[in-house]
Design a protein around this ligand. Structure first.
Ligand code: FAD
Length: 451
């Protein structure tokens, strides 16, 4: 017969595991976690590159040092995770043009101010006119980024963080500091430790049969009485409740089908959320040829194509002697690079680096290109709510449909896009399901008491 559990959790990333932990700690022992890939962690993932661990997904604990304490920072501190402070503020003074000259600080500061002013004006326009298009048309044309340096700064402001443009809850609540995780055990060590608190493990391995890896959920059939879950390998599971933690990119794809179909308000909300693709490309060299020392960790390449190998970081602070550079691409550039061979990408990156540092620099000996967009269990790096979205969109994305509960970073109203967003969303959803189970219990009891 089909196995039945009280709560079945789809996805073993930070949100799914956080939800499971809440349930387990509150006496819900018959859980089942189905994970599509062959590991836990989801978008928190390390990989060996050269002699060190690099983070293909989440790399920073963002929001530290403020009035409230970031829960992920607390867990990391307790475990003694090795981190280093990232100071981006100098990046704007390390902007290279295509001939390898660094822009004088006066020009950099002016371009920076212009980009911030234009972004603020545009945001104000969006709020007033309720339309991105109108706001773009209304923004003072002289402020529109046009030159390579303006385009580079515009890219940094919009595709990374807009803290200077609008308040971001993460920095307002938890503080403005960001720490890069630089630990051989990886950011994912946090999740193994979290899993260990409620799943059976031995010698660092999870051996609990309530966690099943390589189980791709393809169908959810739901009714007033429960949910039937079907996986790609033909298994069927029954559950009283389902918690679905798949990313917004997966929800927008056709990986999981629902019977009956999701209601209109739900599918419309899912479509309204933009997905962000964010790609960190790692390059290893035989030796260093870039400047190190204070204020040099981050540098910018100004090219006439917006977002073309713009944002660079050296890993000497994180891993001295590793001789690794990281360049970050987003959205269309990410998708372009994902679809070409790594050799082509390496060639492109070398042209850019030779522009900045001269023809005599050595070729990279190794390259690592994560492919979050083409991963059918991700289809994005994180959610990005449009500037004019109201809370209704996120509330609808989060709202349960019958016995199916939705969780994940994209359901976090204040912290979407972050690890702590996923963690807090998971806790929230775990509690919401717990409340339903308690209600059910009370109803059953009343039923039994009736004569
Ligand atoms: P996920 O981690 O995606 O977990 C969902 C799980 O569901 C996955 O394991 C997936 O395999 C599984 N799944 C999907 N479909 C199915 C299915 N059909 N059946 C079964 N299982 C399924 N955050 C920060 O705080 N700081 C950063 O510096 C940062 N940088 C980032 C950089 C990159 C490149 C990326 C990709 C993300 C970054 N983030 C960062 C965001 C952060 O990683 C995420 O917000 C967080 O990890 C999401 O957790 P989650 O549980 O919501 O989703």
């Amino acid at each position: 017969s089909t196995p039945r559990t009280s709560v079945l959790i789809i996805g073993a990333g930070v949100s799914g595991l956080s939800a499971a932990k809440v349930l387990a700690e509150n006496g819900i022992g018959d859980l089942l976690i189905l994970e599509a890939s062959d590991r836990i962690g989801g978008r928190i993932r390390k990989e060996k590159f050269g002699d060190v661990s690099v983070e293909l997904g989440a790399g920073w604990i963002a929001g530290v040092g403020g009035k409230e304490s970031n829960p992920v920072w607390e867990i990391a501190a307790k475990l003694g995770l090795r981190t280093c402070l990232s100071d981006y503020s100098n990046a704007r003074y390390n902007i290279y043009d295509r001939s390898g000259k660094i822009f004088p600080s006066g020009i950099a500061a002016d371009s920076y101010k212009k980009a911030v002013d234009s972004a603020i004006q545009k945001l104000k326009g969006v709020v007033e006119s309720n339309s991105v298009e109108d706001a773009t048309n209304r923004t003072d044309f002289s402020l529109t980024p046009k030159t390579p340096i303006e385009l580079a700064i515009d890219f940094i402001l919009h595709d990374f963080e807009m803290a200077e443009v609008e308040p971001i809850s993460t920095y307002v609540d938890f503080g403005e500091r960001e720490f890069l995780v630089a630990d051989e055990r990886g950011y994912e060590y946090l999740l193994y430790k979290m899993a260990e608190e409620f799943l059976f493990t031995s010698e660092g391995k999870i051996l609990d049969n309530r966690l099943k890896l390589n189980k791709v959920v393809r169908g959810l059939q739901h009714s007033r009485n429960g949910v039937t879950v079907k996986t790609e390998d033909g298994c069927v599971y029954e559950a009283d409740y389902v918690i679905l933690s798949a990313s917004i990119g997966v929800l927008q794809s056709d990986l999981i089908s629902f019977r009956p179909p999701l209601p209109r308000w739900k599918t419309e909300a899912i479509e309204k959320c933009d997905v962000m693709v964010y790609t960190k490309i790692f390059l290893k060299f035989p030796y260093k040829f870039w400047p190190c020392g204070p204020g040099k960790e981050f540098f910018i390449y100004a090219h006439e194509r917006r977002g073309y190998y713009t944002f660079w970081q050296h890993m000497e602070n994180a891993y001295p002697g590793s001789n690794i550079l990281v360049v970050t691409l987003t959205n269309e550039e990410s998708k372009r690079v994902e679809s070409q061979s790594d050799e082509e990408t390496l060639k492109e990156a070398m042209v850019v680096l030779r522009d900045m540092f001269g023809a005599e620099i050595p070729d990279a000996t190794d390259i690592l290109v994560p492919r979050w967009w083409n991963n059918r269990f991700q289809r994005c790096s994180y959610s990005n709510y449009p500037m004019i979205s109201n809370n209704q969109v996120i509330n609808d994305i989060k709202a349960p449909v019958g016995r199916i509960f939705f969780t994940g970073e994209h359901t976090s109203e204040r912290f979407n896009g972050y690890v702590h967003g996923g963690h807090l969303a998971g806790i929230d959803t775990g509690k919401a399901v717990l409340e339903e189970i308690t209600k059910d219990g009370r109803q059953n009891q009343n039923f039994l008491l009736e004569p």
